[in-house]
Design a binder for this molecule. Structure first.
Ligand SMILES: Nc1ncnc2c1ncn2[C@@H]1O[C@H](COP(=O)(O)OP(=O)(O)OP(=O)(O)O)[C@@H](O)[C@H]1O
Ligand SMILES: [Mg+2]
Length: 448
């Protein structure tokens, strides 16, 4: 039986419509105000919501927005006074699926409901299909509510079953490590170790020994034999994080592991067979590094058997509300928070250069700063509160005819300084360059 939430401050109309719907086999919950309706909505599941637009306390539009934020799937029909909304497009822009103009006949009502039921069933079928597809590779602790991320998970799920080398590409904070872990724990190697190597954090002179091990006396300080990470990961997976930073000679050795599945400990000529699956990740553009001669082309091809690219958060903003809920649950403990709608809109407008990690930090901070268990725009970092309106997303206007790159750069720097009120650190942040680079440019371009 389909469940309908019926909202109208006109008690009589509510009764009449409710009666007609019940007679036609629906489970109807009537509400005479927006507030009452939202109360029901948070406690019970509904398939269809019918709401009047003009109501005294919370308007139907607000109800609609609130409901949509929590449930993208429920079918919403709005009831409007004659002339206030007169086409489907307008209703749709408000987030409704259909509309009824007062006064309407019983037939019009039932026709609209019939359409809503069909839409609801289609949606349910769709959700079911999707769940089957993604559920197969359901990765825990991971939000994937956009088609782009579903593709990533599907790919990760498919590749998990094999031994194929995987390279995960994506900006900082997009979830590369999370995907690497998911691949390992969904693979037949899941009961064997997953060993992570953060390439840039290991000093150059130690990296080789870290990866491949050494024998006693191989170098000063090598007082006994030691296994490297590849040996420790035997039977399991090795995750080479930030592989773009790998030194040339280590790249050559890595290539050999990929080709021959064997290693040599430092200071030893004996080869050791290893059965290790390699997952690598980088936020660098490896192709460019290859062109610049910084990264071996043969290694690049070996690694790129299955590339998985995680899109930046700004390209999947529809996931923001889900991520917010996800991190809120993680950081709020038993506290129940209310999030003001402005928080979501501020987040939608923001570009998220630090991607999901940045969003996670923002939520953690907001939980700490929230008073009264309310998360408001004030609990977000300063740049969410005063979005730069002025030309924020205008592309740079280039002059007609010839122009020099230097002139454009100078213009950008002057503009940043103006917006930052002359504060150079702030201007550097706006330009996304380190302060010392800005200082150097200022001199070079003759600005100071
Ligand atoms: N889709 C997601 N769902 C839930 N949490 C996520 C998601 N993506 C990333 N995170 C969280 O964001 C943080 C950053 O993710 P992770 O460390 O995997 O990113 P990364 O791409 O490896 O970043 P970096 O390049 O900076 O190393 C982690 O706390 C991770 O749990
Ligand atoms: Mg990482």
């Amino acid at each position: 039986m389909k469940r309908i939430l019926l909202i109208d401050d006109d008690i009589n109309l509510c009764k009449v419509i409710g009666y007609q719907l019940q007679k036609n086999g629906f489970d109807v919950t009537p509400a005479n105000s927006g507030k009452e309706a939202l109360g029901y909505f948070s406690k019970k599941e509904f398939d269809i919501v019918i709401t009047d637009i003009q109501m005294p306390d919370i308007s139907g539009i607000q109800v609609l927005k609130e409901i949509r934020r929590h449930n993208r799937q429920v079918v919403i029909i709005i009831i409007t006074a004659h002339g206030s909304i007169d086409n489907a497009l307008e209703a749709c822009q408000l987030g409704a699926d259909d509309y009824l103009t007062k006064p309407f006949s019983k037939e019009q009502l039932l026709f609209a409901i019939e359409k809503a039921v069909r839409l609801r069933e289609l949606q349910q079928e769709n959700t079911q299909l999707r769940a089957e597809l993604v559920g197969k590779y359901r990765f825990e602790n991971m939000v994937a509510r956009s088609s782009k991320m579903e593709d990533v998970l599907r790919m990760a799920g498919q590749v998990a079953a094999s031994d194929a080398t995987v390279i995960i590409l994506g900006e900082s904070g997009t979830g590369k490590e999370l995907i690497a872990r998911a691949i390992h724990y969904n693979s037949p190697r899941k009961d064997k170790p997953l060993i992570t190597v953060n390439c840039p954090s290991i000093p150059d002179n130690l990296l080789e020994s870290e990866l491949f091990g050494h024998v006693k006396g191989a170098f000063t300080g090598a007082i006994k034999d030691r296994k490297g990470k590849f040996e420790l990961a035997d039977g399991g997976t090795i995750f080479l994080d930030e592989i773009g930073d790998l030194r040339e000679d280590v790249q050559a050795k890595l290539l050999r592991v990929l080709q021959e599945h064997e290693i040599e400990r430092l200071g030893d000529s004996k080869t050791i067979k290893v059965d290790v699956r390699i997952i690598a990740a980088t936020n660098k553009n490896l192709e460019m590094l290859v062109q610049e001669g910084e990264f071996r082309e043969d290694l690049y091809y070996r690694l790129s058997v299955v590339p998985i690219t995680i899109p930046p958060l700004r390209e999947r903003k529809e996931e923001i509300p889900y991520l917010v809920d996800f991190f809120l649950t993680r950081y709020a403990g038993d506290r129940k928070f209310v999030i003001e709608p402005e928080v979501y809109s501020a987040m939608q407008e923001y570009d998220w250069p630090g991607n999901v990690r940045e969003l996670e930090n923002v939520i953690e901070r907001a939980v700490v700063l929230a008073t009264d268990n309310r998360i408001t725009v004030e609990s977000l970092p300063a740049h969410f509160q005063a979005p730069e309106k002025k030309g924020a997303s205008d592309p740079v206007k280039l002059p007609q005819g010839d122009f020099s790159l230097e002139a454009v750069e100078k213009q950008a720097i002057l503009e940043a300084l103006e917006r930052a009120d002359g504060n150079r650190s702030q201007a550097a942040r706006l330009l996304k360059i380190p302060r010392h680079v800005l200082l150097y440019r200022l001199k070079k371009l003759g600005i100071v």
